[in-house]
Structures are given as C-alpha cells and as structure tokens.
Design a protein around this ligand. Structure first.
Ligand SMILES: Cc1cc2nc3c(=O)[nH]c(=O)nc-3n(C[C@H](O)[C@H](O)[C@H](O)COP(=O)(O)O)c2cc1C
Length: 142
C-alpha cells in the first residue's frame, strides 16, 4: 500500500501557495478516495520552525483525512509520545535523529541518549555522516 507525504506549509525549495489551507484541504479531501496507508505531513517549515501562519491548521487537515496520520518535523521522544497519546497523530516520523542514530527505534524504546547529528555532513554524499554514526552496541564495545 502507498502512503503520501505532503509539506503544505513549508517554504522549502521556494514553494509557496496563496492559500495553502484551502489548497491542501482540497487535496486531502480528494486523497480520501485512494485508501492510502497513511498521510504524512511536514508540520511547519521542513527542518525548521513548527509555527504556522494565521489561518493555517494541521488539525483541520487531519480531521478531513479519513486514514492514519503521520506527523513529522522537530519531534523528540516525548513530543512524539504526547502527540500520539493526545490523539494528534497516529504515527510520528523522525528524519535527522535517524541519520545520527542507526538504532533510533531501539534507543527510543529504551529512552537511551541519542547521538547529535552533524548538519555539516548531511548532504555530503560520502560515508562520513551517513553510515558512520555508532549504535549503542558500537559504543558499548568501545
Ligand atoms: C539530509 C536531509 C535530506 C532531506 N531530504 C528531503 C527530501 O528529499 N525531501 C523532503 O521532503 N524532505 C527531506 N528532508 C526533510 C526530512 O524528511 C524531515 O522532514 C525534516 O528533517 C524534519 O524532520 P526531523 O525534525 O525529524 O528531522 C531531508 C532532511 C535532511 C536532514
């Protein structure tokens, strides 16, 4: 099954829309026809502020969508737990924490400390900052 990710309110890559709320309410309503596995929204500016402009609402987009909702952008462990417990999301996706923590799921489960990501190497193209962050097991073996 297919899931879909949208960034309704993000200015990433120069994207803008006169009325993103109206546009994406329409898009999300139409998506209900496809029985998607999930709808995944970037909440705010990709990798940046989670603040929305006046009149912009993730809650109303979520309300319109009839399937599972996956949230993303700037979440840490506690924010993710709260979002699910408060019914604001069914799932939470992690981006940067996963780059820096190949065993992120295990670390979150155990509430273990996380490696800090190094943004200087995010788009490097080589091994550094891509496959060389240690797992908990690597650290224990050092
Ligand atoms: C190295 C890197 C590459 C990314 N590439 C994309 C991309 O191609 N398309 C996209 O929509 N988001 C991309 N993102 C954004 C992430 O998917 C995610 O939305 C963002 O990092 C916020 O989530 P986080 O706070 O959990 O990291 C990228 C982020 C990083 C750090």
């Amino acid at each position: 099954r297919t899931g879909l990710r949208l960034s309704p309110f993000s200015p990433a890559n120069g994207i803008s829309d006169e009325d993103p709320q109206e546009t994406f309410e329409y898009v999300v309503r139409e998506l209900n026809r496809f029985n998607l596995a999930y709808l995944h929204l970037v909440e705010g500016a990709t990798g940046g502020s989670r603040e929305l402009e006046e009149g912009e609402s993730l809650a109303s987009l979520r309300k319109i969508f009839e399937g599972p909702y996956m949230a993303n952008n700037g979440y840490d462990r506690q924010m993710a737990i709260d979002a699910v417990e408060e019914g604001k999301a069914d799932l939470v996706a992690f981006g940067r924490p996963y780059i820096a923590n190949p065993d992120l799921a295990e670390r979150l489960e155990r509430d273990a400390p996380l490696n800090e990501g190094d943004s200087d190497t995010y788009y490097g193209g080589g091994r550094e900052g891509y496959t060389d962050y240690p797992t908990l097991q690597d650290i224990a073996a050092q």
